[in-house]
Design a protein around this ligand. Structure first.
Ligand SMILES: [Zn+2]
Length: 276
C-alpha cells in the first residue's frame, strides 16, 4: 500500500517505482494535502484515501511546484480545497501546463486517455515567502526555498511531528531531474534544509528517509560539479564530459540516465558563469 502513517496526524503517499509522492496532515478542523499526483484518477484515489482516514474536509492543497506529476490531480480537490502554490508555480502551470501535458504524454503514452481528462487547475492562493496553515490543533508551515528544482519550490514543515515534505527539492534513491534547475541554488537550499529538526523527510520521489537524505543529494551535486569543472578544464566538450563524469558510490540509485542530463546542465551553468 502506498500510504504510510508517519505520525499521529501525518501521512505520506509513496509512489511506487520512483513515482511521485504526496501526503496529508489531519487537524481538528480539516486536512491539508501536499501535491495531487500525475493524473485526475490518481488525485481522486488520494482524495479517497484521505476520506478513509477522516471525514473532515480537505481545506488546503499545497503544490510544492508546478510540474505535472505534482499538479495534474489538482482538479480532484477543487473547489473543496484552496490550492496553495508559489506565485511562480502558478505562473509556471499557466504558461507551461500544456507543454507539461505533452511531455508526460510522450513519456507515459499508456496514460494518454488520463492526460486528456486533465483540466489545468493552477493554485488559487499564491505565496511569495510562505504562509502558515492552521488545521485546528496542528499548524503547517509552507515555506518558499530555492531557486532549486524550479524557481517556485515550496517545502512543508510540520513542527509538531517533525516531518518535512520537500517536493522535488529532495530525491531519495533516484537521480534527480534537473532540466530547469539552478544547481548552485539547489546546493544552498539543501544545506539550508538542515535547520529543520526533521525526524522524517518526505522527498518528491523515493521513500521517506531520515534527515541525512538532504546531505546525500547535496554531496552528489557537489561531487558532480567538481568533476564537470575538472572535465571542462581538461578541454572536454559537454558530450564528452557527460560520457566520462561518473556517479560513483551511487550504484543503488535509479534513473541513471538523468545523470548525463545533469552533467550537461552543470556544463551550461559553468559556461554562463565563466565565459570562455
Ligand atoms: Zn518536479
Amino acid at each position: 500500500m502506498p500510504l504510510r502513517r508517519l505520525g499521529p496526524r501525518v501521512y505520506a503517499w509513496v509512489g511506487t517505482g520512483g513515482g511521485t509522492n504526496a501526503g496529508f496532515i489531519v487537524g481538528d478542523r480539516g486536512v491539508a494535502v501536499i501535491d495531487s499526483l500525475l493524473t485526475p484518477t490518481a488525485g481522486r484515489n488520494l482524495r479517497e484515501r484521505v476520506r478513509a482516514v477522516t471525514p473532515l474536509p480537505v481545506r488546503f492543497l499545497v503544490n510544492t511546484h508546478y510540474h505535472g506529476d505534482h499538479t495534474f490531480g489538482n482538479q480532484a480537490f477543487a473547489p473543496e480545497a484552496v490550492i496553495v502554490g508559489h506565485r511562480r508555480a502558478r505562473e509556471g502551470l499557466l504558461r507551461f501546463g500544456v507543454e507539461q501535458l505533452d511531455f508526460f504524454r510522450r513519456r507515459q503514452p499508456l496514460l494518454a486517455a488520463e492526460f486528456d481528462q486533465v483540466r489545468l487547475t493552477p493554485p488559487d492562493l499564491t505565496v511569495d515567502s510562505g504562509c502558515t496553515l492552521d488545521l485546528g490543533g496542528i499548524e503547517v508551515e509552507v515555506r518558499h526555498v530555492g531557486p532549486a528544482h524550479t524557481d517556485g519550490d515550496l517545502v512543508v514543515w510540520v513542527p509538531d511531528e517533525e516531518v518535512l515534505f520537500t517536493g522535488d527539492v529532495v530525491f531519495n534513491s533516484w537521480f534527480p531531474t534537473a532540466s530547469e534547475a539552478d544547481i548552485d541554488g539547489w546546493v544552498r537550499t539543501l544545506a539550508d534544509l538542515r535547520r529543520y529538526p526533521a525526524r522524517v523527510v518526505v522527498p518528491g520521489h523515493g521513500p521517506p528517509a531520515g534527515p541525512d537524505v538532504t546531505e546525500k543529494l547535496r554531496e552528489y551535486f557537489e561531487a558532480v560539479k567538481a568533476e564537470v569543472t575538472g572535465a571542462r578544464s581538461r578541454g572536454l566538450s559537454a558530450e564528452e564530459a557527460a560520457a566520462v563524469v561518473g556517479a560513483k558510490d551511487l550504484a543503488e540509485w535509479q534513473g541513471r540516465e538523468r545523470h548525463a542530463a545533469l552533467v550537461r546542465r552543470l556544463w551550461a551553468e559553468l559556461a554562463t558563469s565563466r565565459p570562455g
